[in-house]
Design a binder for this molecule. Structure first.
Ligand code: M6R
Length: 366
């Protein structure tokens, strides 16, 4: 049932070109510039007129929410807050009638996310689910929602669910922006075409596997890792660090790269591997300076760069090239080598990749 792969996690990583395609099948019709999201038809007006969006989730799903925050704010001009469901539910949050609350969850059974939704509902919010498991508790409690259709995810580490969540959230944001008139039609059309090409780009990013495995062999015994990114790649840094922690038991932290000089830079020495997501986007020049800061302190830099980058390879210890795309879609591609890196390191350390210690696939207790 692992389809010839050694672990479910690896199978699920390699399934992503298909799971992303399954996610937009019948919804994204790029040649007609159309997005059909039947799951949120009744509330699309509420979304367009919303004064505020709150996203509640945990773990990897929370990271997908952070990417969505940037996309919604950029294209829809609606203020967005992303909250850990566990904090939101216990802190008497301000929710007004008509606020939109998105709950993101692979399993649809995460206790804190479910409780956060119930709370938001009781305060008059419209609760929309982004869920993978059909018929799950979270999908039933939502007013409406969009399924991610990534197929069953067995590995405890979430991989294909994350890229499918990003696909769904991007489609919702683009559709809302178009209806609101906050995105130029030309730009909307271009991004739809780019979105349709994402499975092929993920396929190419998966080809870095052998190279990533070699890098894994060099750093498998490190005691700490730092992950840095900016803009759309900032949540990718958090996600890369989470993947490494949970399956390889190496301490890892993700940071927005510019935050380094507010503390974490003190950690950097020749023993510290620093994974920098530095693909070509609007933060490129800034992240290049951050790489220089790390190298000046002798950190070992593993950089995820866009194909054809001729500057960064000369500055760092290792580069992994991934295909370029529109920056809002980049997390779906740039996250791939980080999933592979954590996978190979965990296998080399003899860890139980699919069922890491102390963790459950769905966290149904708080
Ligand atoms: O099923 P959910 O998406 O609600 O789960 C949320 C988290 O428990 C989950 O993403 C967790 O962080 C993963 N193990 C991360 O890989």
């Amino acid at each position: 049932e692992k389809g010839g792969f050694e672990h479910f996690m690896l199978k699920e990583i390699f399934e992503q070109p298909k799971s992303i395609r399954d996610c937009f099948r019948g919804r994204l019709i790029a040649n007609e510039s159309k997005l059909v999201l039947g799951g949120i038809r009744d509330y699309s007006n509420a979304l367009i007129n919303a004064e505020r969006i709150v996203i509640v989730a945990c773990g990897t799903s929370w990271h997908a929410g952070l990417v969505a925050e940037y996309i919604f704010e950029e294209f829809c001009r609606i203020p967005v807050e992303v909250e850990y469901a566990s904090e939101f539910r216990y802190r008497n949050p301000v929710i007004r009638e008509g606020d939109i609350v998105f709950a993101i969850s692979q399993s649809g059974e995460t206790a804190d996310t479910l409780a956060a939704m119930e709370l938001a509902k009781s305060k008059g919010a419209i609760v929309l689910g982004v869920c993978n498991v059909v018929g799950s508790s979270i999908s039933r409690v939502s007013h409406e929602g969009v399924y991610t259709h990534a197929g069953p995810e067995i590995g405890v580490a979430s991989t294909k669910a994350f890229t499918a969540q990003l696909t769904v959230l991007t489609m919702i944001a683009l559709k809302t922006a178009l209806l609101k008139g906050t995105i130029a039609e030309q730009r909307y059309r271009e991004i739809l075409v780019d979105l349709e090409n994402i499975p092929a780009k993920v396929e190419r990013a998966l080809k870095t596997d052998d190279q990533v495995k070699k890098i894994a062999g060099i750093y498998k015994d490190a005691r700490n890792f730092l992950y840095l990114g900016r803009g759309y790649n900032f949540p990718v840094a958090l996600e890369g660090a989470l993947k490494l922690k949970e399956i390889s038991y190496i301490h890892a932290e993700g940071y927005p790269a510019a935050e380094m000089k507010h503390g974490p830079i003190a950690l950097i020495d020749e023993e510290m591997p620093v994974v920098v997501i530095a693909t070509r986007d609007s933060s490129y020049d800034k992240i290049v300076s951050n790489i220089q800061e790390v190298k000046a302190r002798k950190g070992k830099v593993i950089a995820i760069v866009s194909e054809g980058d001729s500057l960064i390879p000369g500055m760092v210890d290792h580069t992994i090239e991934v295909p370029g795309t529109h920056e809002v879609l980049m997390p779906m591609v740039s996250t791939i080598p980080l999933q592979l890196l954590s996978y190979h390191i965990a296998v080399m350390r003899g860890c139980n990749v699919d069922q890491p210690r102390n963790l459950a696939k769905s966290v149904t207790v708080e």
